[in-house]
Design a protein around this ligand. Structure first.
Ligand code: MRU
Length: 345
């Protein structure tokens, strides 16, 4: 699998996911503003991947000028962090990663600027490496829930491309496939950004995991014919009661699952939980440019002058979720109490 992003010689290379699957091109980020634009303009996307990129964005910020003392560096990093988190509002992992770097920065009180820079790099590397290990644990925990020969449906891309590697929802599918549990994966194309058509089907083909691409409005039909055993998706932010924000269209799929008696799973690392908000109504939903609806691949598909809307995420209420699969364990019938118990908080 190609790398979503990597740091080499103090430069962050980010795979430009807007060009996939036709071209594999890396954007060279030399400073935190470059990283900001990669996140904002969706060259890198997916909650965990955005967090990992932002962590490295902070490291790049620490290399951007000669700092006269520790305070000078800390002040600069404070501004860089605020700038980076303003790139996209919904995925909590972006805020989480910046907070993690901010914490090591605040705790560092030795005098040497160079030492703090090294500490920031170590923390950013840790965020990257831990993400892959966490995803593998999610994969193991999730695969146990599936029967042999399962046919699953997934929405958007919660794969290696949305993380530092392996993936969350696709991580479960990868692990389950290695255990011989996957017969077929239905991939929603995921209008309007087509993460399913462009990214998920590409990842699955590379791994030789049997898949079939469908348009979003076909999901209900296939569920009604009885061919789908379960749905598994990722998450951008999970509130304290388990309400989950994920790619627009996820809520509709969860409702269809309830009606058709199909298990609906969310796979996410513990860093995707936002325990400071009681429920999903408090999650800020990103509205993106309506051109992403009226154009496909830079080609206009709707008449000039028509208004369009593009909420990029929706919220699935916790009572539609069969289980949330985390690296710490599986939260069945998610509720505030069960979430706290499994996360150990
Ligand atoms: O707008 P995107 O492509 O960043 O949205 C991505 C999703 O909604 C994913 O499902 C979510 O971030 C989980 S990725 C492991």
């Amino acid at each position: 699998m190609v790398k979503t992003l990597y740091l080499k010689n103090n430069v962050l290379k980010i795979l430009d996911q807007r060009l996939l699957p036709s071209k594999i091109i890396y954007i060279v980020c030399r400073n935190h503003k470059d990283v900001y634009y990669c996140i904002k303009d969706m060259a890198v996307r997916g909650a965990p991947a955005i967090g990992v990129a932002a962590g490295y964005g902070m490291y790049l910020a620490s290399l951007e000028k000669e700092f006269k003392d520790l305070k000078d560096l800390k002040d600069y990093l404070g501004k860089a962090g605020k700038y980076l988190v303003s790139a996209r509002p919904t995925a909590i992992n972006l805020f989480w990663a910046i907070e993690r770097i901010n914490k090591v920065v605040q705790l560092f009180n030795d005098s040497l600027v160079q030492e703090l820079i090294a500490v920031i790099k170590t923390e950013a590397d840790k965020i990257y490496q831990e993400d892959i290990l966490i995803n593998k644990k999610i994969g193991e925990n999730g695969a146990k829930l599936l029967r042999k020969n399962s046919t699953l449906l997934t929405h958007c891309n919660a794969g290696a491309l949305a993380t530092a590697g392996w993936g969350t929802a696709l991580g479960v599918i990868r692990t389950a496939h290695k255990k011989g549990k996957i017969k077929l994966v239905y991939v929603d194309e995921t209008r309007p950004y087509l993460q399913g058509a462009r990214l998920t089907s590409w990842e699955l083909l590379q791994e030789k995991i049997p898949c079939v691409l469908i348009t979003d409005n076909m999901a209900g039909y296939f569920m009604s014919t009885g061919v789908i055993d379960g749905v598994i998706v990722g998450a951008d932010r999970i509130a304290a009661n388990g309400d989950t924000a994920n790619k627009i269209g996820t809520y509709s799929i969860a409702v269809l699952c309830k009606y058709n008696n199909i298990p609906f799973y969310v796979a996410a690392p513990s860093s995707t939980f936002d325990l400071t908000i009681s429920d999903g109504k408090k999650i800020k939903i990103e509205y993106r440019n309506s051109d992403e609806v009226t154009f496909i691949n830079k080609k206009r598909i709707a008449p000039v002058g028509v208004k369009a809307l593009h909420p990029a995420f929706d919220v699935t209420p916790h009572n539609l979720i069969t289980a949330i699969i985390t690296e710490k364990g599986v939260i069945k019938n998610p509720s505030k109490e069960r979430i706290k118990k499994i996360l150990g908080v």
